[in-house]
Design a protein around this ligand. Structure first.
Ligand code: PRP
Ligand code: URA
Length: 206
């Protein structure tokens, strides 16, 4: 299931960030704001339980989240989404998954994985701005599933139809949240119109 977060603020930030002249600091700030703006949609179905709460005036009841949240950026570009999610989910733990897409084969090559203990009840949110061929996202979810995750969702900024199809074929039960679905991939596996290489733009490595 794909959810497009088409809030006007998200779309306006995304348009500014796509622009080739958007400088690095502005790119990072816009990405962070979009991430925060996406949190309500991504977490809308999280379970809560009723708890007691004592206000200065009387006892009442309220809610708290039932499950531990694990934010999982796919390195590197997923880090650009992390702080925006942290801003609204400060108690979350973080799992890092390092995958580099081989520019010849377009296949993801793992180079670093460090996760907190993942329980079946953990709410795992995988973060990566770009869903291109889908190879990286599919591999990240495979690793997390091997480690015991059963509640996973994937949040990205721009998705290609090819990547969505590949991801949904591999992980039909994992919902995708994206700010945009673009036209497709070019012959080098880049999303068009896209925004170029998200990791390079975030970290100035172009
Ligand atoms: C980019 C992007 C995704 C992946 C998407 O990362 O951040 O992880 O490519 O492509 P795919 O859907 O075809 O797998 P890249 O591997 O370039 O690494 P980087 O984040 O370090 O730049
Ligand atoms: N990775 C990116 O950063 N951008 C793309 O368009 C495709 C993969």
């Amino acid at each position: 299931m794909v959810h497009v977060v088409d809030h006007p603020l998200v779309q306006a930030e995304l348009t500014g960030l796509r622009c080739r002249n958007c400088p690095g600091p502005e790119f990072r700030q816009r990405l962070r704001r979009i991430a925060s703006l996406m949190v309500p949609a991504v977490t809308a179905s999280f379970e809560t339980k009723v708890i007691g709460c004592e206000t200065p005036l009387e006892l009442t009841s309220g809610q708290e989240l039932t499950r531990r949240i694990i934010l999982t950026p796919i390195l590197r570009a997923g880090l650009g989404f992390l702080d925006g999610f942290f801003d609204l989910l400060p108690d979350a733990a973080v799992a890092h998954i390092g995958l580099a897409r081989n520019e010849e084969t377009l296949l993801p090559e793992p180079y670093y994985i460090k996760t907190p203990p993942i329980l079946a009840e953990s709410e795992v949110i995988v973060l990566d701005p770009m869903l291109a061929t889908g190879g990286s996202a599919v591999e990240a979810v495979r690793r997390l599933t091997e480690l015991g995750a059963t509640h996973i969702r994937f949040a990205c900024l721009v998705a290609a139809p090819e990547g969505i199809a590949t991801f949904e074929a591999a992980w039909p039960e994992v919902p995708i949240f994206t700010a945009a679905i673009d036209r497709g991939l070019n012959d080098r596996g880049y999303i068009v119109p896209g925004l170029g290489d998200a990791g390079d733009r975030l970290f100035g490595t172009a």
